[in-house]
Design a binder for this molecule. Sequence first.
Ligand code: GLN
Length: 537
Amino acid sequence: MATKYIFVTGGVTSSLGKGIISASLAKLLQARGFSVTIQKFDPYINIDPGTLNPYEHGECYVTEDGAETDLDLGHYERFLNTATSQANNVTTGRIYHHVITQEREGAYLGKTVQVVPHITDEIKRRMLLLGQTGEYDIVITEIGGCVGDIESLPFIEALRQLRWELGVHESVVIHLTLVPYLRAAGELKTKPTQHSVRALSEAGVQPDILVCRSEHPIPAEMRKKIALFCNVKINSVIESLDAETIYDVPLLMRKEKLDERVISKLKLPHRAEPNLDSWKEFLGRLKNPTEEVSIALVGKYVELPDAYKSIIEAFVHAGSANECKVNIKWFQSENITDENVGALLHGMDGVLVAPGFGERGFKGKLEAIRYVRENNIPFMGICLGMQCAAVEFARNVLGLAGAASTEMDPTTPHPVIAMMEDQKQITQMGGTMRLGSYTCELKKGSKAYSIYGRSKISERHRHRYEFNNQYLAAFEAAGMVASGINPDTGLVEVIELQHHPWFVAAQYHPELKSTVLGPHPLFVRFVKAAINNAKSK
Ligand code: GLN
């Protein structure tokens, strides 16, 4: 069958959850047997979010093929259990970069290069790219930003053109809006939705389906009113109430028949009812925990939990797998000192030191690690968290005063974490880290091996600095072993403490591969270790 296209736009305000609605719809269609992928078009000028501070748009999500992408791609993967790629995230910057590069090459043969048609042509080409692979029955395109924003106009214009070119029944537009509740008036209000749909229509795009975010159920009368003013059928006014967890949203959308509306509008062949059994089992375990643990998340972006989105979700998956409620307690690493670390982390059943960049908060991370190492508290380190574990061990166990990562101290006498040779030549910041999937060989008999249950694994990376193998023998002699090594380069991927109940740290990012139906073994076993720790108190 020819690929069909679904476009998801947003209006009224940002943060309505287009990513979750897109992922939920994709899940329902996938559960009916369709092959689905989701892509995101972001209106900003950065080529990709790799150079953005996490405070801007939250975590940078890394795909198998090493693309640095928007965090919504993480939701797509967690919901669908399938990998995304470089092609799934496109920014205005990338579009312009391509067009301008072509212009310099003389590809436009003397023509004036313009937003319409050149930029919009390139947007349309990208919108169709994944569909042309033949791999997907349905491609969902989420358009970032809000209708009416100056910067998303070329995307909406490209969408207008593309809908006509594709023809009827080949695409649907779902517009996500807000139906606010005015407490003083005791009423839901439809006007912002009307205005938002009008703005979209003025740009030449009539939405087929409206998904209305609301804190209260939208009564039939009000749906009728929205339908009347917005040129949609009443059964295409879908209510999206605040959910207990994002993982409830597919079931809520199923109840509202969003998938059925889409199938009928696209004239898709009717397939079986969606099979959501394993999804429901996941939710059942998540909502009926028999255990409870508190896990400290030590990082420097803790004021914005979105900066650690995949880690939070990996704990949700691992919590469900263990039938355990995982309470994440946030610790700003800048505030942790050798004096207060005991008081702060006392009572935590496990501690995770997060990924990150730069000096700020580095010392606090080392203090947290010293505390958990000495007090037998389960510990997991990710990327910078692993590098901190190496530095802490070097300083406090091996007695290498001033040991550091050259990222924090370029002139350290003991560079236990240092930059790889090929990284030293790099001058451009964007897209030049060690990115994406690499294989790793786990040592038989190690904790890491017992966690994964196999020796060959593959995990995703995003870093410039590495464990310095000149120090490996000294580390191992003192009980910190490298249990995971990249077989091609010899780079250390996992370190673990031998004489500790659970101390495992990885140079890669396990959180990026945890999904609802495939909770990550490291997180699952870390939560289990925290449960055991809680019980032993
Ligand atoms: N700053 C460290 C590096 O570049 C760690 C990066 C990370 O935690 N993602 O190697």
